[in-house]
Design a protein around this ligand. Structure first.
Ligand code: TXA
Ligand code: MG
Length: 325
């Protein structure tokens, strides 16, 4: 493969996708690794490039809700209402599939995950195409999601022809995934669209993030979003002093931290949206930096529910989780 090019040429990206190639694209959440969702061999290339197991289905990205719903059957009323309120945006709906999206994309499930992204370059790109794009996050399977074109290049450079550069992602956290149990909305993955926002449309809902025997959403697997070095998640707020000299601490707000850690701050003034935006960038800074371990604690719960989404990613990133010291 030729060297990967990073650029802002939307028609070049469209041409490559038309040829059945895999291209990295910016979204408002994280960068995606995209291919024509209706082209099985292009979709299989996504799995190969990402090293992703074939049982883990992909999200189908559509231009608008009309296109998205054209792949679904038996829509609950609340699916319409959620789409109406939050598309384009960081919401993925898992709906009954009408079978038009190939089973390679849905991993043979009877459902399909649909999303209408709001990033202007992604919208421009979808406008040039006459098919939707299957796209997981553009990272090797299990690793931290990319929030800049450079992050994508660091891991997947040389494996794909083109990275469409849309700048740093607005949210920095993946979309919130909502499925349905009959008509009851079920949150399958916490993400950039906050629970508070979802509850304005769906006051009654269920949160089902972990289902060990039968993961409905395999992103529920507990080791995920992880740097290659050790992350220690401390459940209580009493942080022990560092046990050696090259430890980093992922902090939030004015959190007091014991002397001896290098501080990596999610948000100096305790802004949860800023923390979400910085999370993956800082996990990558840690991974490529001189430190051997990263210590972190749970962010205090907030009204929006974003703390819960960030804490979910932190516990999944942690190789080791300590409750009592
Ligand atoms: O923000 C996002 O959602 C990003 C950007 C690129 O759009 N995409 C993303 O994709 O995070 P990925 O593949 O890293 O995570 C998608 C999750 C996976 O956990 C997958 O198992 C779940 O969506 N999923 C896909 N289809 C599903 C289905 N039919 N039922 C349940 N879960 C599904
Ligand atoms: Mg992912």
């Amino acid at each position: 493969m030729r060297e990967t090019i990073i650029g802002m040429n939307v028609s070049l990206a469209a041409n490559l996708l038309n040829e059945g190639q895999v291209v990295a694209v910016p979204t408002e959440t994280v960068y995606g690794l995209a291919a024509n969702a209706l082209n099985v061999s292009a979709v299989m290339d996504i799995f190969r490039i990402k090293g992703r197991p074939e049982f883990d289905p992909l999200i189908v990205h559509c231009l608008n809700k009309e296109q998205a719903f054209s792949y679904a059957l038996n829509l609950p009323d609340l699916a319409f209402k959620l789409a109406e309120s939050f598309w384009p945006g960081p919401l993925t709906l898992v709906l009954q599939s009408n079978g038009e999206i190939p089973s390679e994309v849905t991993s043979g499930l009877p459902t399909v995950a649909l999303r209408v992204p709001s990033h202007p370059l992604f919208q421009e790109l979808l406008n040039l195409l006459n098919f939707p794009l299957a796209a997981p996050s553009a990272n090797p399977f299990g690793y931290v999601s990319p929030t800049t074109a450079e992050h994508v290049y660091a891991q997947l450079g040389s494996k794909i022809p083109y990275i469409l550069n849309g700048g740093p992602c607005q949210y920095g956290l993946e979309s919130t995934i909502v499925g349905f149990d009959k008509d009851l909305p079920v949150i399958l993955r916490l993400g950039a669209l906050t629970l508070k926002e979802i509850k304005t449309i769906c006051p009654k809902l269920k949160i089902q993030l972990k289902s060990l025997s039968n993961p409905k959403s395999p992103g529920q697997l507990s080791v995920h979003y992880a740097p290659s070095k050790k992350v220690i998640f401390i459940h209580n707020q009493d942080v022990p002093p560092p046990s050696h000299s090259n430890m980093a601490f992922l902090s939030f707000g004015g959190q007091p931290i014991p002397e001896g850690y290098t501080e990596l701050s999610l948000s100096k003034n305790g802004d949860y949206f800023e923390a979400a935006r910085n999370l993956y960038k800082l996990l990558r800074t840690f991974d490529s930096g001189p430190w051997s371990e990263l210590v972190t604690t749970a962010l205090p719960e907030d009204d929006s529910g974003l703390a819960m989404a960030i804490n979910d990613r932190l516990t999944r990133a942690a190789a080791q989780s300590i409750t009592h010291l």
